[in-house]
Design a binder for this molecule. Structure first.
Ligand code: ZN
Length: 381
């Protein structure tokens, strides 16, 4: 397929004078263009990874879908292992083609591991929205919501909570209470009741995910698959499979883990993300429980454990009812769990991850606190 026909086929987003970049529907923007500039000079192709398997990956590039070897990307560096959602520079020549380098990731979902084997730690890269799916068909488990929120914040993506199967709560007052309950444990996070059966909330959700790359998180049975199908539409999946053409003009029908949504935006759905459970998410935990961390700043002792210390602002908030015991217990539990995982995780991998993402987490938290006006009271105004 020629470059110009690709431009035409993907130009629905552009009505301006300059044609849209063929990769624009996949999230290509000025930032990626700038990051890729040195590789463009070397004659390499930009591409986004659609799926990875056995040392090879499929990428969408301006000349169509390309299959490439990933072996040349610094072997055995777990952070340089190609994963779905990565932007890469691909050598257009050669048989096989290969991925020359990865562009620096903006965000990444990483799995902590208790083993020494450090491959496959990155589950998805360059995700903007983490959609945490919670089913209203079963009793709300706020601790579980907090756990997924921590994972989402840690990745650098902006979480949002979708309460699925909202049609099962026909009473609007009851539904608003459930939304409030979740909002209480999710500071800085939008909570949207959604029903694939009645269509409730889908417009709001589609608008939110239309700009950027999203992933679906949540326990099994939370309705992730239904939601994915609702967002994608069955027809779209068939069309995308049929439209795939590899670099040599062959039609391919492989399963992709990265899909373009019909109303804009990209959805990543990888098996690894679906089963994600453990993580190293100290920053994420801090953001989920930002009101507790803000209270802790007011404690008399810097190293206050919020147990029985005098002048503890956290236990004072529990005593006067502004902070629930359940929430404080959940905070402690996630911190303990996180410390256990951290102790087991390869130190060098963690150091690299922290370097890149701690800064992002801190910036996000500062922005959130500034927006809500809940920054530390001694912070400069
Ligand atoms: Zn305290």
């Amino acid at each position: 397929m020629s470059f110009s026909s690709l431009v035409r086929s993907s130009s629905s987003l552009s009505s301006s004078s300059s044609p849209a970049h063929p990769l624009a529907p996949y999230g290509w923007d000025e930032g990626w263009e700038a990051a890729f500039a040195p590789y463009a000079e070397q004659g390499l192709l930009p591409g986004r990874v659609l799926r990875v398997d056995r040392g090879q990956c499929d990428l969408i590039t301006p000349i169509g879908t390309v299959r490439a070897d990933t072996e040349f990307v610094v072997p055995r560096d777990p952070l340089k292992v190609v994963c779905t959602g990565d932007w890469a520079a691909v050598d257009p020549d050669g048989d096989p083609r290969y991925v020359r380098t990865l562009l620096p990731r903006r965000t990444a979902f990483a799995r902590s591991t208790s083993s020494k084997r450090s491959e496959g730690q990155i589950l998805a890269a360059n995700v903007d929205h983490a959609i945490i799916t919670v089913s209203l068909a079963v009793e709300l488990d706020l601790g579980r919501v907090e756990r997924f929120l921590a994972l989402a914040w840690e990745s650098g993506a902006q979480p949002l909570v979708v309460l699925s199967k909202a049609d099962l709560v026909p009473d609007p007052v009851g539904l608003s209470y459930l939304v409030e309950d979740v909002e209480t444990v999710a500071p800085g996070v939008q909570v949207i009741p959604v029903s694939s059966a009645t269509g409730e909330g889908l417009d709001v959700l589609r608008a939110l995910v239309s700009g950027g790359t999203s992933v679906l998180l949540g326990a099994s049975g939370a309705g992730k698959s239904t939601l994915a199908n609702t967002l994608l539409g069955e027809d779209v999946m068939t069309v995308q499979a049929a439209r795939d053409v590899d670099g040599k003009g062959r039609h391919t029908t492989t399963t992709r883990n990265l899909l373009v949504l019909p109303e804009g935006g990209v959805l990543i759905d990888t098996p690894g993300l679906r089963g994600v459970g453990l993580w190293d998410a100290e920053t994420g935990v801090g953001q989920v429980f930002s009101e507790i961390e803000a209270l802790a700043e007011e404690c008399r002792f810097h190293d206050c454990a919020h147990e029985a210390e005098p002048g503890c602002a956290v236990t004072a908030a529990v005593d006067d009812g502004t902070l629930s015991v359940r929430r404080l217990e959940s905070y402690r539990k996630l911190l303990r769990e996180n410390q256990r995982i951290v102790a087991k995780t390869d130190a060098r991998v963690r150091a690299e991850m922290l370097k890149d993402w701690k800064r992002k987490g801190a910036e996000g938290r500062a922005a959130m606190e500034a927006k809500r006006g809940t920054g530390h009271r001694n912070a400069p105004r």
